[in-house]
Design a protein around this ligand. Structure first.
Ligand code: ADP
Ligand code: MG
Ligand code: MG
Length: 907
């Protein structure tokens, strides 16, 4: 057995080895082998880290020897010995996991310096100040990250030194001051840890490696992995690299650069440069940095070289890269690179440009687009040039900027919005009871709650901008106002939120429409913008390659029009429940619910039927030639009645006050009538309405109800057809559990439909199908397919009933479940493949076995989730259906699925 190799020279690795060498190590190796100027070094593998952890903090056998061999080779290459008092080699010890992980251990620079070698460094470089500055940096970084001293202690000491001298800038401390600081730092380390700073260079190196390995299991790192779904068993590598110095004077410096602009995608290098600085000074905000391109003035040669390297990296990686670099006395060194993060907007622009530059082909470009973030392109943004101080900031929970008047309850949001006001609903945290107000708000702001809170989930689902967990805000619901520090924002005052950045502003900021929205509404100028060209180009390609059809969930002609505009090819779910709301209908619905005789009940249907028919006429006209799946009434009837508790309270109060009338949902009723209403409401009360009298159970208990709906649907279709239109009608019966339920209803309803077409003399074919949303339906799909021409997976209910999780109550535990990995994904966002997905797969297989041309689709919000779309592609559904504004997302995801990869997998 050959011993495991734990250490790789940069010359031995490449970019594809990130699981072994970590991202930083793999890319340092890649750059080395590309011939870019990378300071020599080697990488201790993630595997060594895992062995170290498994052994309870012991280096694996042979690892230190291997480090020793590579160190000697490094010393030979550099012509110096680590910490040699005469002419020391110094190294950095850098952590580097397979995925970028801020919150891990920081890097330790200048390892190898000690009381003796600091003098050697001074002599070799001719600068006492430089040598002592480097030494104090080592003490500070080593003290903090390896020995665990609170970093503030060092910062305080620096501040004291500057204060004593009356200067503000680190650069104003001279060699004497730094000499004193070094002594002070050593003292701090000794008194805080009870140990002296180790003078022996190899000991420093060993402890450095050990600390990086150990940092994999520190709390910050663990929390970060949880949050970002990074596996705990990857481990981190350690890179040991010879130091180069950006702090040697004005002809030196350090910087970060992107090969293109990560914010807007513009095709030009972008970044910051800081002269006479080392390491992270450039991002730490210690001094004002220069714009990258200003290097042209101070470091013309290094700048030209850097531009060449950036271009080489892009050509090599065929993607935008970011880099860290240092200039030492005019000589450029590359210290890090990786494929860089970017905004959704920049991602599309870059993909488009790189295709144009023949850097990538169209399918590579398409796969690079993150379908999950597509909707960001449609959102309003805070107009450039309107710079205002934010009053608070929270999590960027749902993208887009929004302006509105602050309101503090969902009812107020609804009432103000109905008056035509733009509102932002401000709550500590929202609950399902707030839904009606949330969907009428321009934006949502909460002071508690994370990115998976109710507010965040609903906002994203509905495409409403949201900032959540802005904890500096104190919401006072009773007084209808919020305070931030000394500022008070009262109801009706304007605020602006930016769901891209998480910032909250007082007042009305100017917003700009996204160019894509402007282009879509025909603005010729917007149509010339590159983002629109990119959008058209890639969506066309996605449409060309996808196999899944994409439909929308739409209940009104307006929503249908929106859906078509976004590329929907039909309606996969037209809910009929909203057609039961509205003033003129409520009375009839109530009569229907409470009818004690068949006559009463039918009188109510006679009122409702023509109204329903009109609704469908509008939709069929809009969707001409495209399939429309209409779902017969699904929710429990009590949803059309006043809230039980509110009504009981109102009645009790009226009795107590001897009032003759009671106010019920804005309506004044005589007390006796209200009491009767309450009795009926009590009769209809269900312990668990989700599993109660709803779906086709209503159709069975109230036979006239579905017949009325079928008459309205088919009647409308006949009317549109007589007008010369082409309605494509699918009637969907919800919540089937058994074949018999469906068989019986079809037996009752099909003659109704036939009667209408015969009466009207119209030739119309209707498809009859059901939703698969109960486990039993999925498990007996073969039987059910005998009486259904299509299935539509109602994955919201199927998820609830498979997990036994009530969707309205998950707020109490699902966050914790996700955090503790008790569920693999949030199953209400992404289809749970092993459970819910398995039922779906089974239902597809057995359904198709029983009926070869069974038409299969999904409605429910999963239809707009890219991962779920991919799953639907895999199990061979015919279409997905989602809310109109998610249609482009689903089209893109379906195209990517057809190309055989998900965008998320490539990230
Ligand atoms: P992070 O993962 O936090 O970016 P790095 O390992 O990249 O940490 O180190 C941070 C910074 O330290 C780098 O950007 C670079 O400026 C500096 N640095 C690291 N290694 C060296 C080196 N060998 N020579 C000079 N500077 C270095
Ligand atoms: Mg770095
Ligand atoms: Mg359902």
């Amino acid at each position: 057995m050959t011993a495991t190799k734990y250490v790789y020279d940069f010359e031995e690795g490449n970019k594809d080895m990130k699981y072994l060498l970590g991202g930083k190590g793999a890319n340092l190796a890649e750059m080395t082998n590309m011939g870019l100027p990378v300071p020599h070094g080697f990488t201790v593998t993630c595997e060594a880290c895992n062995a170290f952890r498994a052994a309870g903090g012991q280096f694996p056998d042979g690892m230190l020897d291997e480090v020793g061999v590579h160190l000697v080779a490094l010393e030979q290459k550099m012509g110096r010995g680590l910490g040699d008092p005469a002419d020391p080699l110094l190294v950095s010890v850098r952590s580097g996991a397979p995925f970028s992980m801020p919150g891990m251990m920081d890097t330790v620079l200048n390892v190898g310096l000690n009381d003796a070698s600091v003098e050697g460094l001074a002599k070799q470089t001719g600068s006492q100040r430089f040598a002592w500055d480097s030494y104090r940096r080592l003490l500070q970084m080593f003290g903090k990250t390896v020995m665990g001293v609170d970093g503030d202690r060092f910062e305080e000491a620096i501040d004291e030194a500057k204060h004593a001298k009356g200067v503000k800038n680190d650069l104003d401390l001279d060699e004497g001051d730094l000499h004193a600081l070094v002594a002070r730092f050593k003292q701090i380390i000794a008194s805080e840890t009870g140990r002296d700073f180790p003078q022996e260079p190899k000991e420093q190196l060993r402890l450095g490696i050990q600390a990086v390995f150990g940092s994999w299991d520190n709390k910050r790192a663990i929390d970060y992995r949880r949050k970002n779904k990074i596996a705990d068993d990857l481990g981190t590598a350690v890179n040991v690299q010879s130091m180069v110095f950006g702090n040697k004077g004005d002809d030196s410096g350090t910087g970060v650069a992107f090969t293109r602009n990560p914010a807007d995608g513009e095709r030009a290098p972008y970044g910051d440069y800081l002269p006479n600085a080392q390491g992270e000074d450039v991002v730490a905000g210690i001094r004002n940095t220069m714009k990258l391109e200003e290097m042209a003035d101070v470091q013309p040669q290094a700048w030209e070289e850097l531009k060449g390297h950036l271009q080489a990296l892009e050509r090599h990686y065929r993607d935008m890269c970011d880099v860290e670099f240092t200039v030492e006395q005019g000589k450029l060194w590359m210290l890090q690179t990786r494929v860089g993060k970017r905004t959704a907007f920049a991602e599309w622009i870059m993909a488009y440009d790189m295709l144009d530059e023949s850097l990538i082909d169209v399918d590579t470009a398409l796969l690079r687009l993150d379908a999950d973030r597509l909707e960001e392109l449609f959102k309003k943004v805070v107009a450039v040039g309107t710079r205002l101080e934010a009053i608070a900031s929270g999590l960027n929970a749902s993208p887009g900027a929004a302006v509105g008047r602050a309101v503090f309850t969902a009812d107020d949001a609804q009432a103000w919005a109905e008056r035509g006001e733009d509102v932002i609903l401000v709550r500590r945290e929202t609950t399902p009871d707030d839904y009606h107000g949330m969907i009428r708000s321009q934006g949502i702001l909460t002071s508690a709650g994370g990115t998976n809170s109710h507010a965040a989930v609903v906002a994203r689902g509905e495409g409403i901008p949201a900032v959540c967990g802005a904890d500096a805000i104190h919401v006072d619901r009773a007084e209808r106002r919020f305070t931030v520090g000394s500022l008070t924002v009262a109801e009706g005052e304007w605020i602006t939120i930016d769901g891209f950045t998480g910032k909250v502003y007082a007042g009305q900021l100017e917003l700009a429409d996204s160019p894509i929205e402007r282009a879509r509404s025909g603005d010729p100028e917007a149509r010339r913008e590159k983002i629109w060209q990119a959008y058209e180009r890639f969506m066309a390609r996605a449409d060309q390659v996808r196999r899944l059809r994409v439909r929308a969930n739409a209940d009104t002609p307006q929503q249908s029009a929106n859906a078509i505009e976004r590329g929907a090819e039909g309606i996969g779910l037209c809910r009929t429940e909203h057609m039961f709301l509205g003033e003129e209908r409520v009375a009839a619905v109530r009569t229907m619910i409470f009818a004690s005789t068949a006559e009463e009940e039918h009188a109510a249907y006679d009122v409702l039927a023509p109204l329903q028919r009109e609704d469908f006429v509008g939709i069929f006209r809009e969707m001409d030639g495209k399939p429309v799946t209409v779902r017969l009434l699904d929710p429990p009837l009590h949803e059309f009645l006043p809230n039980q508790v509110d009504l009981a309270v109102a009645v009790a109060l009226a009795r107590q006050a001897d009032a003759k009338e009671v106010e019920v949902s804005g309506e004044r009723l005589p007390l006796a009538e209200a009491e009767e209403l309450l009795d009926r409401v009590n009769d209809l009360h269900e312990a668990n309405p989700m599993l109660g009298l709803r779906g086709l159970r209503l159709g069975i208990v109230k036979p006239g109800l579905y017949a009325m709906q079928v008459r309205a649907i088919v009647g409308a279709a006949c009317q549109v057809k007589s007008e010369g239109g082409n309605p494509v009608v699918e009637i969907m019966i919800p919540l089937a559990a058994t074949r018999e339920e469906l068989a019986q209803l079809r037996e009752e309803l099909e003659p109704v439909a036939r009667q209408v077409t015969a009466d009207r003399g119209v030739d119309l074919e209707v498809l009859w199908g059901t939703m698969i949303e109960l486990p039993r339906a999925a498990l007996t799909a073969g039987e059910i397919a005998e009486v259904a021409e299509f299935f539509s997976f109602g994955t919201n209910d199927l998820t609830q009933t498979t997990f036994g999780f009530s969707r309205d109550d998950i707020g109490k535990f699902l966050g914790l479940y996700e955090e503790r990995k008790l569920v693999p994904v949030n199953p209400f966002v992404t289809i749970d493949r092993p459970g819910v997905g398995r039922l779906m797969r089974l239902a597809c297989e057995e359904g198709r076995a029983a009926r070869e041309h069974l038409h299969l689709g999904i409605c429910g919000e999963h239809g707009g989730d890219p991962d779920s779309v991919r799953f639907c592609h895999e199990i061979g559904l015919d279409y997905v259906s989602c809310s109109p504004f998610r249609v482009p997302t689903a089209r893109l995801a379906a195209g990517q699925a057809a190309l055989g990869e998900a965008s998320s997998a490539s990230k």
